[in-house]
Design a protein around this ligand. Structure first.
Ligand SMILES: [Zn+2]
Length: 308
């Protein structure tokens, strides 16, 4: 797939070398090896080289800054990549005049980096965030240690193993013939409507979660649910699972604790929202987000063709 067809954070090209990374001795050697790339993060923001003739790209920090590196994998050029969290309070100016720490959401919205590069940064951010917030064993409360390049922590005291989390979110485009259901939350930009979404709870299938969320938020009963596509969403560890959900009922009952509004939109109205030509100035989410992909499929009437 070409970069322009990819959603932000998708198309991560790294070989994660899951078999190799369990070898702690090998990993330790690679950390200091010539050619190894070390990405740096200031809190949740990656360091980038900007204003460079070769374009904006991730900045490789020197070994002085490497601390508890997590292993990301091997890139197309055979370079191994790690990521480290820079000591809190370090100013970005310590890395040079052309190095900036920019948050991933801004990078995705502005389309500054290709989706596969954003995908690598998403992997790094999610892993680093998990380690920064899970330093102690949830079973006995004692300190745990990083293992297997960051894909596991082991408690020093009780030997419990802990694994990085990924939180699945179902994002539903509810359709009814030429209509689709969109809602808006108060935190959205003025006039923006999007697909409904919610966390998948323990013991639920993706389909169960989609049906429950749509009924809770908008009072609509759902029949069939088809998988469409997915997107890593590293804020901090979500996986957005996009589905097309077929409505069985039409009367909307909005849950105002979750939504400011929800209503049916005709296919043509959605088309004008995507194009930015809606007469009342209503808008759809930007092309970086999976909701835009779901809406585009609906507008192009290829929803059935993309179900897999
Ligand atoms: Zn423990």
């Amino acid at each position: 797939m070409k970069n322009e067809d990819l959603l932000a954070f998708t198309g991560n090209p790294l070989d994660r070398m899951a078999v190799r990374r369990v070898d702690e001795h090998w990993l330790q050697e690679q950390v200091g090896a010539t050619g190894t790339i070390h990405l740096g993060f200031l809190a949740d923001r990656p360091l980038l080289l900007v204003d460079d003739p070769l374009g904006t790209r991730p900045y490789s920090i020197s070994m002085d800054w490497v601390r508890e590196p997590v292993f990301l994998g091997r890139n197309d050029q055979d370079d191994l990549m790690f990521a480290s969290l820079i000591t809190e309070g370090t100013p970005e100016t310590d890395f040079g005049p052309n190095v900036k720490a920019i948050d991933l959401r801004s990078l995705a919205i502005q389309g500054i980096l290709p989706p596969p590069v954003l995908g690598i940064l998403a992997q790094a951010r999610t892993l680093l965030h998990w380690h920064a917030t899970h330093r102690f064993c949830s079973k006995c409360g004692n300190r745990s240690e990083i293992r297997e390049g960051g894909y596991k922590r082991v408690c020093r005291t009780c030997q419990s193993e802990h694994f990085p989390r990924t939180d699945p979110v179902s994002i539903m485009l509810v359709t009814r013939g030429d209509l689709c259901l969109l809602g808006r939350q108060s935190r959205f930009a003025p006039g923006m409507y999007s697909a409904l979404a919610g966390f998948i709870e323990p013991g639920e299938t993706i389909e169960d979660a989609a049906r429950r969320e749509v009924f809770e938020e908008a009072g609509i009963r759902i029949g069939s649910v088809h998988y469409h596509s997915s997107q890593p969403w590293p804020f901090p560890a979500n996986l957005m699972i996009g589905v097309i959900a077929e409505a069985l009922t039409e009367e909307i009952v909005v849950d105002y604790t979750e939504l400011e509004d929800a209503r049916w939109f005709h296919r043509e109205e959605v088309r004008s929202m995507i194009r930015g030509t809606h007469p009342q100035g209503l808008a759809a989410p930007g092309p970086f987000a999976i909701a835009s992909r779901l809406l585009k499929s609906f507008v192009d009437q290829d929803v059935a063709a993309t179900v897999s």
